[in-house]
Design a protein around this ligand. Sequence first.
Ligand code: NAD
Ligand code: MG
Length: 394
Amino acid sequence: MQTLSILGSTGSIGTSTIDVIARHPEQYQVYALTAHRDYQKLFKQALAVNATHAVLSDDSVRIEASDYAHSLGLNAQLHFGPAALEQVAQAEAVTTVMAAIVGAAGLLPTLAAVEAGKRVLLANKEALVMSGQLFIESANRNKATILPIDSEHNAIFQCLPHNFTYGKLADSGISKVLLTGSGGPFLTYDINAFADITPAQACAHPNWDMGQKISVDSATMMNKGLEFIEARWLFGLDNDDIDIVLHPQSTIHSMVQYVDGSVIAQMGEPDMRTPIAHALAYPQRISSGVAPLDFSQLRDFTFSTPCPDRFPNLYLALAAAKRGQSACTVLNAANEIAVAAFLAGKIGFTQIAELNRYLLAKHIDVALANIPAVLECDAQARDAARQYLQDTLC
Ligand code: NAD
Ligand code: MG
C-alpha cells in the first residue's frame, strides 16, 4: 500500500492521478490533496478519495473555504498557506508524493518531498529546471526516488536499459536520446499571423489536454526547451546527447538510440494516465484507463526538425542550457511572467519570446550554490521581467 500526497491535485495531472488511483483502492490511499485556491474542486476530490488532509496554499480563501468544508461535512483536516504544502510533502505517513504544482511555486514543496526521501513522481518540471544539480544532489543524499511523469521523460526512462547508470550513456551502448515533441498547434500555422494568436488558440493543443501554462509553453515550444533541461538532469545527459524530433501525432513519446542502430521507442495514446500509472506502480504495471493503441486507426507517422524562426523560445532554452544553471533559472522565471501576461491579454504571442530573449541577454551568469540563491535569482528575474513588461511591452 502506498500513501500519497498529491500536490496540485485540482490540476490536469492531479485529476488524472486521482483517476488512476481510484481504479486501485487496494494499492493507494491518500494522505493529502493540495490546491492553490479552488477549494470547491479540492474538497470534492478529498471526499471522493477520503483524504486525511486538504491544503489551500492561498490563505486568502480561508473563510469561505472553511464555511464550504463545513457545509459539505468534510472530514479532512484543513490547512492554509504555502508552508502546509511542505508539511504534507514530508509527513511521516507519506510514502509517495505526486509533484504536480505548476511553475516555480512547486519548487519548495517538491524539494521538501525529496529531502524527506520520498518516492517523488515528478511532473513539476520547472522545479528541476530552476534548481538542477541541487535537486539531484538532494535526491541522492536523501535517497529519494525520482520517477518522471512528463510523458517524454517517462518514455525515455522506459526505453533505457535496467542497468543504466546516471550519466553513463556509453556504458549502456546508448548513442542518443531522442526527445519527441508534437510541435503544438502552430507547427504549420502561417508564421506571419503569429502576432495575432489568441490565448484560446494557444491553449487548444491538438493532442494533449493540459493546464494553461504548459499549453502555452507547448505552443511556443518553450515546453520542449524546459524538457531538454529536465532530461539533462533526470538522466545525467550532456547537451549533445539529446536530439529533438518533431512528431505531430504524439504516438511515440520519446526514444533511445543505441550504437548498434537499434532505436527503442515508447508508444501509446497521448493520455497522461499512462506515465502516471507507470510511475505509481513502478516496477510493476497497473491498468490506467487508457485505451490500447489501435494500429489499424493510425494513419500518419511523420517526423521533422523544429524551425528556429517559428519556435524562438525553444532555442532560447537550448542556449540557456549551454550557459548553465542561473540562465535556466532566469529563463524559467521570465517565461512564467511572460506566459501569465499573454494569458491575461496584456502582451501578444510573439512578445513571450521577446521578453525571454531580453531577460536572457541581460543576465550575467552566476553560480547558484544553494536554494536561497536560486530563489533570489528567480525573484530578481521576475522583477526585471515585470519592469520590462511595464516599460516596453504593455
Ligand atoms: P494545472 O494548471 O492544470 O494545475 C496546476 C495545479 O497547481 C493546480 O492544482 C493548482 O491549484 C496548483 N497551483 C497553481 N499555482 C499554485 C501556487 N502558486 N501554489 C500552490 N499550488 C498552485 O497544471 P498541469 O497541466 O496539471 O501541470 C502541472 C505540472 O505538470 C506542470 O509543471 C507541468 O509542466 C507538468 N506537466 C503537465 C502535463 C499535462 O499533461 N498537464 C504533462 C507533463 C508535465
Ligand atoms: Mg512533456
